[in-house]
Design a protein around this ligand. Structure first.
Ligand SMILES: [Zn+2]
Length: 293
C-alpha cells in the first residue's frame, strides 16, 4: 500500500496557463511518496497526479527521475533511490509540471541502514588473483560500470518488477563481505535459491545490453529497462538471449547455474536505479501498486 505523505509545497513557478474564461489556473502538482525517508540501498515510489496534457518532471539530488504514465497519462510513477553507500542527509525533491510551470519542492531524507556482515571462505585462487586474472576482472568491471554511467534510454519498464526465480532469498542484499578474513565489497544484489537449470525470467520489459562470461559473475546478463533502471543476472548455467534483444517481462533469459565465483547453484540478482545499488526485493515490493499499462 502506498502511504500518503504530506509534502509541504512551495509554488515557485509562474503560472502561464490562462483558462478560456481568463482565470489563472494555479494548482500545484499532487505528489505522493511511499515513505518520508529512505535508507541506504532503498527506494521510494513517487506518484505525481496531473491534469491531462500536463507532464511532470522530477529531480532529486540533482538527477532526473524518469517517470512512466498510466493509461490516462494523469498519474506518473518513478523511483527515488539511494545507493548502498549514499551520503546521509536531507535532499531536495523538485517536481515541476509543464507546460504550466507549477512547482513543488520538499525534502526526502537518506538515513543510514545497516545490513549486517557475511563471512565467506573461498578457494584462494578465487580471491587472491594473479596479475592476468586481475587485469581480466578489472576489464569486466569497467564494462559493467560503463553501463551505469551511460545516458538513460526512455523507460521500457511498465508496472511491477518480478522476482526472476521463485526461490527465497538465501543471501540478502547489502551485507558487508568478509572473504577469507579480508573485507571486500558489500553484497550488491540478492542471492535467490534455485536448482541448476531453473528458468530465470526478465524482471521487466527491457533491452539486453550485456552478455558475458566474467571471472566473478560467470555467465552474465544485464537488461536495461530504460529510465535509468538496469537488472543483472549472474552465475547462469545457460544464456538464452543475445545482446540487443528486446525482452518482455517474465521472458526466460537463461537458467540458474553456478558459473564464475560461486559456491553452488543460485541466482545473484542485482538492480541499479540511476546508478545506485538498491535492494531488488524492495523494488518488487514497492512497485506492486504500479498500474500495468
Ligand atoms: Zn550474490
Amino acid at each position: 500500500m502506498i502511504k500518503r505523505v504530506m509534502v509541504p509545497g512551495i509554488i515557485m513557478g509562474m503560472v502561464l496557463g490562462l483558462l478560456s474564461n481568463g482565470v489563472l489556473a494555479v494548482s500545484p502538482p499532487d505528489v505522493t511518496l511511499s515513505s518520508e525517508t529512505i535508507g541506504q540501498g532503498d527506494l521510494c515510489l513517487i506518484l505525481v497526479s496531473v491534469e491531462k496534457g500536463e507532464v511532470p518532471h522530477v529531480t532529486w539530488r540533482k538527477r532526473k527521475i524518469h517517470l512512466v504514465p498510466d493509461g490516462q497519462k494523469t498519474l506518473w510513477y518513478g523511483f527515488l533511490s539511494a545507493d548502498l553507500k549514499a551520503k546521509k542527509g536531507d535532499f531536495k525533491v523538485v517536481v515541476r509540471v509543464r507546460p504550466q510551470g507549477t512547482e513543488e519542492q520538499f525534502s526526502l531524507g537518506v538515513s543510514e541502514k545497516s545490513y549486517g556482515v557475511r563471512r565467506l571462505t573461498l578457494p584462494k585462487k578465487m580471491v587472491d588473483l594473479d596479475k592476468k586474472t586481475l587485469a581480466r576482472a578489472r576489464r569486466e568491471s569497467r564494462a559493467m560500470k560503463a553501463l551505469w554511467s551511460a545516458a538513460p534510454a526512455a523507460p521500457l519498464w511498465r508496472g511491477a518488477f518480478l522476482k526472476p526465480v521463485p526461490g527465497d532469498v538465501a543471501g540478502p542484499f547489502g551485507r558487508a563481505s568478509i572473504i577469507n578474513d579480508q573485507p571486500r565489497s558489500p553484497h550488491s544484489g540478492v542471492d535467490l535459491r534455485g536448482k541448476k537449470g531453473t528458468p530465470v525470467a526478465a524482471t521487466n520489459h527491457g533491452k539486453v545490453v550485456l552478455i558475458g562470461d566474467h571471472f566473478f559473475t560467470g555467465l552474465t546478463v544485464v537488461i536495461d529497462h530504460g529510465g535509468g533502471i538496469q537488472s543483472m543476472y549472474f552465475h547462469l548455467d545457460k544464456i538464452l538471449v543475445k545482446k540487443g534483444d528486446m525482452v518482455d517481462k517474465g521472458q526466460v533469459i537463461g537458467n540458474v547455474g553456478s558459473t564464475g565465483r560461486s559456491t553452488g547453484p543460485h541466482l545473484h540478482w542485482g538492480i541499479r536505479v540511476n546508478g545506485d545499488r538498491v535492494d531488488p526485493i524492495r523494488l518488487t515490493e514497492i512497485s506492486r501498486g504500479v498500474e500495468e499499462r
